[in-house]
Design a protein around this ligand. Sequence first.
Ligand code: ADP
Ligand code: MG
Length: 702
Amino acid sequence: MAGLTPLTALKGVGPKKAAILAAEGIASPEELFDYFPRRYLDRRTICSIGSLRTGESTTVVGRVVQARQEGTGPGRMRFKAVLDDGSGRIELTWFKGVRYFASSLKPGDELAVHGKVGFFGSQAQMQHPDYEHLSGNAAEGRSDYELFHTGGIIPLYTTTAAMKQGGLGSRQLRTIIAGAFSRYAPGGRENLPESMLREYALMPLADAYREIHFPASPERLEAARNRMKWTELFYTQLLFALRHAHLERNSSAPRLTHSGPIAGRFYETLPFDLTDAQKRVIREIYRDLRRDRPMNRLLQGDVGSGKTMVALFSMALAADNGLQSAFMAPTEILAVQHYLSLKRSLHPLGIEAVLLAGRQPKRERQEALAALADGRATVAVGTHAMIEDAVSFSRLGLVIIDEQHRFGVLQRKALQDKAGSPHVLLMTATPIPRTLTMAGFGDLDVSVIDAMPAGRLPVETHLVAESSKNRVYDVLHREVRSGRQAYIVYPLVEGSEKIDLRSAVEGYEELSSGVFSGLRLGLIHGQLSQGEKDSVMERFRTGDLDLLVGTTVIEVGVDVPNATVMVIEHAERFGLAQLHQLRGRVGRGKHASSCFLIHASLAGEAGERLQAMASTSDGFRISEIDAEIRGAGNVLGREQAGMVSGLKLADPVRDVRLMEPARRAAFALAGDDPELRKPEHAMVRSWYMRHYHARSTLADIG
Ligand code: ADP
Ligand code: MG
């Protein structure tokens, strides 16, 4: 079909233009049809310059009234233009491509510009806006500017500088695409079953292609975009659905039907009652564990919501059924902490736990391995040191992975492979919005702990300029005087470990000989040996240290309820998820807690992140903001990002209304026809094989 036709077969496309397009990955009419506009100009939704507000990203349309180059020499040159739309004027500045602008932007030109609005006094400004020429020339008939003012909807395509200079602006692309439409029918092969189009009132594919490129009305355009988003969401969910169906049919796990004395006694010995959310989640897990299909569940809960408790109950149930559990954590500090809490809570009930961490004395490790292999030990807690070949279990039934986002698919799989098909519980303290969960973890069942233990006071968050740090030191002194403890964290960024480590070590030395000379300080970072780390953590845990200075090694999981202040140095260098995790180290007990984000500046994205931290403590909201700032793929992490990279139009955070039914439709179809063999699904099968099958290994998670 059209896929094999070269673009030069189209009117207006010679070898030169074809080469420019090919460099953008457009080599056939089919790829041209799939080159969707990035934005539309629609008079009904465009802002007037007079009503702009600072900070908003927007598009304005107007006529250039001034244009000139300013400054000379490298780094000083800029091009400035003033755009007027009748309601007001906005100043546009470009620092790059100045010569190009000087030769192509003139007073009288009509432009659409898109960018972030700033103000200098009362003067609206945009720096480096994305722009589009709307003026036509006599030969082209009506210009886009006229079209815009008479209410037409004008698609704007992403056009690189090379494209623009080669005469391939949005306007020319539209002409070429229109030519392609008249020769080849895009979307001639529908990729969704007729019944689905009817049930969900979806626009047929061929119509959707036409409306995307040549919208007849805002409503038709919306319907077309929804149809395209549906296709993307449906097929990415189908990947998960098929994998889920496959697991359901092909693997069996031990049934944990016996809710016996260990779990029961554990419940009775708890010093507090479980929250309703914890109880609900434990019930969900117990229900999974009673089935003869492997559990594949993701447990989300904000930092401090008490996920470890849920893990302990799951392991207790496994023990009641004579099965071993493996509990893996991403850092040695955290593994040791879990190990100690297991010893405290489950050892008295007859559960033998062993620790498998990286730098362990050889004898201790040998003993642990033997106890697991012959079944004397019921629970193994450890880091990725647990996945080594030497580690084997006699009857592993449950695998729990804490802070699962810190592990790769292969590491998680390696642990699972130590049993036939064990039950798997993944835990994560970076909660992500529901739709993003579906987009990244669609083959997993999800449980959410959506409430904090009673009596927790929210952590007060303060943004503090570097220059007012002394204020924070006063607070630390006060807290320590009343018996509390605190963390002071320095950044540790990949690639600059050496410099960063120095800043933590120097910070520690400065503080302990300076402002905090009377207090007991500890230092912790990744370069210490396991023994040293353990002993520092233990001294902090038992109240032997007042202040713990360190790098982000304490980021995840660390639980010392008496610590009430978290100070983060150079907070602007941390990511949002990291900041949220760090803040989660305090506010874990009954004392009021606070978090100080010390920063050198609040400019740019870093400023947005810090403001977000100050504005909310809800982990779900924070990851939503993170997704807005950095894109959904980055929030999901490297592996799951593969699932959202297939989304061109659909947004896994914003398109909730489409995601849910698309997911339901995908699971219904896979449940009904797990091999896609039915004749009415032939088109689904062929589209899936062509566009999605190659990625099916990415769905192979869990
Ligand atoms: P996270 O979800 O961040 O892993 P933890 O499991 O570390 O949280 O729990 C945080 C703290 O809350 C721990 O000190 C734990 O003992 C305590 N905790 C857990 N559940 C409850 C509860 N139901 N009531 C009171 N405290 C609880
Ligand atoms: Mg935890």
